[in-house]
Design a protein around this ligand. Structure first.
Ligand code: AMP
Ligand code: MG
Length: 418
């Protein structure tokens, strides 16, 4: 009998018969359910606060604005003291400027020179813009029609003392730091940044720039994962690359568990002879080696090593990036105290057409041009240049779909993942 090869498949990601693939949402739900913050707390100054995770709410010690003040340069007076028509008001001596409160009282029917940010003096509730005023002989004249309170800001109209200005779990933005300062905070209770060990695995890997012989490739995942971890606001712990040797990998896992709060590995996550990451995790009583209905991405090995969660990412850089963004990033958010944050997707008309097969989630390297989502010319998962080209991902739901140009698709900018 002659041995016949099996027919070629045109899609190397076709789901093998009889294997139960875990839907992406189910995998995410499991992670969300099982992980919790693992980081301790500390204080930081506002200038060191960017990207840190708030460990407790920031209460406003002071209102913003603390007092009613003027939003413009002009002249302040009591609205009630005006008659119906155009106004001519004598000016009181002195002026009110930001930081220099006017000590006296402005009598009814009088006005005072007042500059932006100045607290409203007693007797003033309304400000007329200097451009709308004629000044002369110690008086001002302006037209009727201003509403009471015009051009002023009320005390606490933004935030009242005692209000929660910022909630626990927030990843601090520059604007948050401004708000914290405005309400009187100088130090913030934050979580210690999550330490993330990064390990590449594979006999074929060489350090970028080193001489590489045929069959060897440069380790692209470590610089990429290090960058991502920094972008998320965490501390990368670079544990280098490890050959496909189980004993060595075991020792590096031990070190990683000591030095980091979570471990990201790439490569060796399948169930092949040289897939030592999944083998070790299985041995350690791992959560599982996961076959996730995801393109690009499968397989993902998830487990615990001496109490430290391990994300065994696929070796392929495209799949490694997608799995990091889709699984590791929200999971690390939980570990880091920021809670589970789903990335914000935007509905955008497609500049492409695609017949998507049912049964798995797909992520396409994409970017927005002229208001449309373009996808990279190739879905080849080895195309690192496509990752670099992309500015986000188009997410295609698990069901089959026939996308035509102009149909709305879900676009997730890379910025949504930080
Ligand atoms: P693996 O998951 O170990 O089977 O690897 C899948 C593919 O990704 C193989 O072609 C590997 O050579 C490649 N690969 C694994 N690790 C890396 C890495 N750190 N940088 C670039 N390519 C990698
Ligand atoms: Mg490998």
């Amino acid at each position: 009998m002659t041995l016949k090869p099996p027919p070629l498949r045109d899609d190397c990601f076709a789901l093998p018969a009889g294997v139960d693939w875990t839907p992406v949402d189910q995998a995410l739900a499991m992670l969300q359910d099982r992980l919790h913050p693992v980081v301790t707390q500390e204080q930081c100054t506002l200038t060191d606060g960017l990207g840190r995770v708030l460990a407790a709410p920031v209460m406003a010690l002071r209102s913003n604005p603390p007092q009613a003040n003027t939003a413009v340069d002009g002249y302040g007076y009591a609205h009630e003291s005006l008659g119906g028509g155009d106004a001519v008001l004598p000016l009181v001596d002195g002026r009110a400027a930001a930081g220099l409160a006017f000590a006296g009282h402005v009598p009814a029917g009088h006005a005072i020179r007042i500059l932006t940010g100045a607290a409203l003096p007693e007797g003033v509730d309304t400000v007329v813009l200097q451009e709308d005023v004629t000044v002369g002989d110690g008086q001002i004249a302006f037209r009727a029609g201003l509403k009471p309170g015009a051009n002023t800001r009320k005390a606490g109209e933004d935030v009242c003392a005692g209000d929660i200005a910022l909630r626990a779990g927030r990843v601090l933005t520059s604007a948050d730091l401004a708000l914290a300062a405005a309400v009187g905070a100088a130090h913030l209770p934050v979580y210690r940044p999550l330490r993330v060990a990064i390990i590449s695995t594979g006999d074929e890997l060489v350090e970028p720039g080193a001489p590489a012989s045929a069959g060897q490739i440069y380790d692209a995942n470590r610089p990429m994962l290090t960058g991502l971890v920094r972008q998320f606001g965490y501390l990368p712990v670079d544990l280098g690359k490890v050959t496909d040797d189980r004993q060595t990998l075991r020792r590096v896992f031990d070190r990683a568990a000591e030095q980091a709060d979570v471990i990201l590995t790439s490569g060796g996550a399948s169930s092949g002879d040289e897939d030592h990451v999944s083998a070790l995790l299985n041995e350690a009583g791992a959560i599982a080696e996961w076959r996730i209905a995801l393109k690009p991405g499968r397989p993902l090995a998830l487990g615990m090593w001496q109490g430290t969660p391990v994300f065994g990412l696929p070796g392929n850089p495209v799949a490694a990036l997608v799995c990091t963004l889709i699984f590791a990033r929200p999971a690390m958010g939980l570990l880091a105290g920021a809670g589970w944050r789903a990335p914000q997707a935007f509905q955008v008309p497609a500049a492409f057409s695609k017949n998507k097969k049912p049964g798995r989630r797909e992520y396409l390297r994409a970017r927005i041009r002229d208001g449309h989502a373009e996808v990279f010319k190739s879905e080849g998962s080895g195309r690192i240049s496509g990752l670099s080209w992309a500015e986000g991902l188009v997410e295609m739901a698990d069901a089959g779909q026939e996308i035509k140009v102009g149909d709305f698709v879900s676009f997730i900018p890379f910025g949504s993942f930080t």
